[in-house]
Design a protein around this ligand. Structure first.
Ligand code: SF4
Ligand code: SF4
Length: 304
């Protein structure tokens, strides 16, 4: 039966090895309620579609400037520039840009269409213990789509990971997480202090930590939790912060965590979609090792 729920999908990344066990296809859903200042997929935050520039591809034909109803595009030595404050994402410029120097960030896809792509790599999932990861953006912003995609994967015998900020309806999270096809919940822990969390992401951490506690309290979902800690030097890599996270992991019996050092991947994408951005540094290698040791001493399996 055709699966007709649709969502704006930024990418279906094949052969991903960073988003759960084995070889995976990661489905990036557009729209996130958080606005992390270090986000490495800033083009996926807004729920609406938008344009992204690839200036080096521009052949300076000028076609885009002629079709923009807002008169919002200029083309110079550096390629195209869009007045993103005026852009209404009508897509006219992308349609005439055969060089693909301007493209929409996302495409609306049905679950059936996504499954066609996913099934192309079924052998790789089976051989590697991999599967599909639903990421974003935030999967909990797309409950109907995520539910139908999990069902479709389940029918095909494909395992699913959910990659979540933890910020969403508890009932929906528990429903999705408890599906037998869902083997792992990749769950970000960004900062233990709610005020700092809000300064860094736009929202406090109460709902997120409440959802983590709910997953940990349910025997059907406890062992699926795979915590992830994005780490920024001088922001959330201090001793008190790391010990607070370690204590929480111990209290909840969470046994697996990945350490994700900051990287600059999001900066160019932010610049090319007109988003603001801030630059940070990753913790030093020594500090990453210290954090790993502290967590391992507490009995947590650490991937760095
Ligand atoms: S249509 Fe594309 S290639 Fe032509 S000027 Fe615009 S951005 Fe450059
Ligand atoms: S998508 Fe934006 S920049 Fe492109 S033609 Fe439409 S309004 Fe103009």
């Amino acid at each position: 039966m055709r699966k007709t729920n649709t969502a704006l999908i930024g990418n279906i990344q094949k052969f991903s090895t960073q988003d759960g066990p084995g070889i995976r296809s990661t489905v990036f859903l557009k729209g996130c309620p958080l606005q992390c200042v270090w986000c490495h997929n800033p083009e996926m935050i807004r729920p609406q579609n938008q344009m992204i520039l690839s200036p080096s591809r521009c052949i300076k034909c000028g076609a885009c400037t002629e079709v923009c109803p807002k008169g919002g595009i200029t083309v110079g030595e550096e390629g195209p520039a869009i007045d993103f404050t005026a852009c209404e994402a009508c897509g006219a410029c992308a349609e005439v840009c055969y060089a693909k120097a301007i493209t929409p960030v996302a495409t609306e896809m049905t679950v059936s269409y996504v499954m066609e792509t996913i099934l192309q790599d079924r052998d790789f999932y089976e051989d590697s213990g991999g599967g599909v990861t639903i990421s974003g953006g935030e999967p909990l912003q797309h409950g109907d789509f995520a539910r139908e995609l999990i069902d479709a994967c389940s029918e095909e015998g494909i395992d699913v990971c959910i990659d979540t900020s933890g910020y969403g309806e508890t009932e929906l999270l528990m429903e999705l997480a408890s599906q037998p096809a869902v083997t792992h919940i990749l769950f970000d822990i960004k900062h233990m202090d709610s005020g700092e969390h809000e300064r860094l992401t736009g929202v406090g951490n109460e709902l997120i930590l409440g959802n983590l506690r709910a997953l940990a309290a349910d025997p059907g979902t406890h062992d699926k939790i795979w915590a992830r800690m994005p780490l920024l030097h001088g922001v959330n890599d201090g001793e008190a912060e790391i010990r607070a996270i370690r204590d929480l992991l111990q209290e909840l019996g969470i046994r697996r965590v990945s350490l994700l050092g900051y990287h600059e991947m999001g900066i160019a994408k932010a610049r090319h979609t007109g988003a603001g951005y801030m630059e940070f540094e990753a913790p030093s290698k020594e500090r990453m090792n210290e954090i790993r040791d502290l967590l391992q001493e507490a009995g947590v399996e650490v991937e760095a």
